[in-house]
Design a protein around this ligand. Structure first.
Ligand code: BGC
Length: 583
């Protein structure tokens, strides 16, 4: 798998930012609902993104909402998210999406759009909700309903019971095959480094079902689950993390992790019957009921439909419905199994962080999940940074809006106005967006921290410098040449150890990508192997040719790398040496 970066409209050329809250005064019709609108814009040249939050201060709305305003200038609405936008002259209507027509008293809906203009971009003076001007006040006639929040008790759970956080109070499955491979290298390495390697080998990593054959080949899925049962001693349950990764047209924007199924060759039907159904059958075996089984569902797939549909294989994955329907089938088959927990992949901050990508991604993922049999309840949460290198915390750059030399640091070349520098911030905003979109507040986020540590001698201790670029480049712990680089990154290190509840709304830090397994081959001569993996130029250390993927920087990839998923001992050694925290 190969999360890559593609940026959206608001990314590249933002020159100035204006953000403001409008609490608007106006007339109010009798017995009408009250409402408040918060309208903020991010501005560059003649383009902007607008983020809108509407709060219903009146009676509950159940049959759909409509927000209307008039632009004072020649602004035009482009792509919108979380509402259907229509514009006639200066008049704009944003109607609630099919899945989000209800607004409780005090409830909010978030929506937004990308826009353009040629004159000045003055915010609308007034908004109306379902025909009533939003004054920001509560009508006196309204009865206020009180919502009580119930928190799920921290319950260790009976075997097989679906608990709030599968990682809490559980021990992670240690893959014996991975551990054996690591031990072999540790034996020949010896010393402190060898001991550190052993620690990594004894740490829980995910098991990837990356082809139909993986279900049965070698130890196979049943063999891993049997081994997990033997690791379960005493009352502490074992949590087993499995990656569901075999959609037709897999890795549609790149080559390194291409798979065995193709949309044009009956791939979706085969995905359902030869891949998902057998996996669900095995996971549902009552023999495994005492395990907690976490399914990481289809890394990169839906994010590729947001930013990469200019690539033919992604366009086909979208137009055929194969990605959406494949993901829905997987969720539908897994949801009824009480001890299975599904987390859907949402790429990482360096890919979807711009609002013009984030909004549409949340929309697509939300509508996909709402289209499953159990709706929003078919997932337990979402995962970011799967197999990527984005840090959990940019410790030296805590405030993206910090002003250095008259500019916000998020305007630096490395961030290109992306407001999210790290996965802790990105996961936090995703949590908020998904809850606002209708997911239960009990959902939790995961981050893959297996390779996002960036320790070692080159880790900076502070940001210095008087220009934004100097400040950012001196301070960032992410030492990549560009945030779009994703293949076998030179200088990377192992990140935080797997742990439950690392911060609010995060269920866990997990190691999904086993450290030392390659992201893709660096050898140009390596054509597709028997699994469909190919050489991707982003895995060639000498390549600097892709504006969209990495701004024509060098790829930062390690040389002499084998095909994706294969053991790459040199990379493993580097990751252990650069671990942060130190092993
Ligand atoms: C590969 C998979 C592999 C996984 C874990 C992905 O990049 O495509 O085949 O199982 O990484 O190493």
């Amino acid at each position: 798998m190969r999360p890559n970066l593609l940026r959206g409209l608001s990314a590249a050329a933002a020159l100035a930012v204006c953000a403001g809250t409008l609490l608007l005064a106006g007339s109010r019709a009798d017995a009408a609902p009250g409402c408040r609108v918060d309208y903020r814009t991010d501005q560059w040249n003649t383009g902007f993104t607008a983020s809108i939050t509407v709060t219903n201060l009146g009676e509950p709305i159940s049959g759909g909402w409509k927000l209307e305003w008039d632009f004072p200038g020649d602004q035009r609405v482009g792509d919108g998210w979380s509402a259907t936008y229509t514009q006639s002259g200066q008049h704009v209507t944003a109607a609630s999406p099919p899945w989000g027509g209800a607004l409780a008293t005090g409830g909010t809906a978030s929506t937004g759009f990308t826009g353009s203009h040629s004159g000045t971009n003055v915010a609308p003076a007034s908004f109306s909700l379902n025909g009533t001007t939003c004054t920001g006040t509560v009508p006196t006639t309204t009865t206020t309903t009180t919502t009580t929040t119930t928190t799920t008790p921290q319950n260790p759970g009976e075997p097989g019971e679906h608990v709030a956080n599968p990682y809490a109070g559980a021990r992670g499955y240690v893959n014996p095959d991975y551990q054996a491979q690591v031990e072999e290298l540790a034996d020949s390495t010896g010393g402190t480094l060898g001991a550190q390697m052993r620690t990594v080998g004894a740490t829980s990593t995910a098991v990837w079902m990356d082809r139909i054959g993986a279900i049965t080949a070698g130890r196979g899925l049943r063999g891993h689950l049997d081994a997990a049962l033997t690791q379960q001693t005493g009352a502490e349950p074992v949590v087993f993390t499995v990656v569901v990764y075999d959609l037709p047209n897999r890795d549609c924007a790149a080559l390194a992790s291409n798979g065995e199924l193709q949309v044009g060759q009956n791939g979706l039907a085969r995905y359902r019957t030869e891949y998902v159904d057998p996996i669900a059958e095995i996971l549902g075996d009552p023999k495994y009921r005492s395990l907690r089984i976490v399914a990481i569902v289809e890394p990169d797939s839906l994010p590729n439909l947001i930013t990469n549909t200019a690539k033919p294989k992604c366009a086909e994955a979208k137009s055929s419905g194969a990605y959406v329907q494949g993901v829905q089938h997987a969720l539908n088959r897994l949801e009824p199994i009480p001890n299975v927990y599904s987390y859907l992949d949402v790429a990482h901050s360096g890919w979807l962080g711009w609002d013009s990508n984030l909004g549409p991604a949340v929309d697509l993922i939300t509508s996909t999940v709402k289209g499953t049999t159990a709706g929003v309840n078919s997932v337990d949460g979402f995962i970011t940074n799967t197999a990527n290198y984005t840090p959990s915390e940019e410790t030296n750059l805590p405030d993206p809006t910090l002003n250095v030399g008259g500019q916000q640091i998020r305007s630096a070349a490395f961030y290109q106005w992306n407001p999210y520098f790290d996965e802790n911030d990105f996961g936090t905003v995703l949590y908020e967006r998904f809850v606002a979109a209708g997911f239960p507040s009990s959902i939790g986020m995961l981050t893959d921290t297996s390779r996002n540590g960036w320790g070692g001698a080159n880790r900076p201790g502070a940001a210095t410098g008087t220009t934004v670029d100097a400040h950012v480049n001196s301070g960032r712990v992410d030492r990549r040449l560009h945030r779009g680089n994703w293949c076998n990154q030179s200088g990377a290190g192992i990140g935080a150890r797997p742990q439950a509840d690392p911060l609010p709304h995060f269920d866990a830090y997990v190691w999904v990508k086993p450290p030392g397994e390659s992201d893709g081959t660096s050898e140009k001569t390596d054509g597709p192997n028997e699994e469909g993996k190919q050489h991707d130029p982003m895995c060639d250390p000498a390549f600097r040719g892709d504006e969209q993927a990495n701004g024509r920087n060098l790829t930062g990839a390690l040389d002499d790398a084998p095909h994706a998923g294969r053991w790459f001992p040199e990379q493993f050694r580097m990751l252990v040496q650069n671990a942060y925290p130190v092993l």
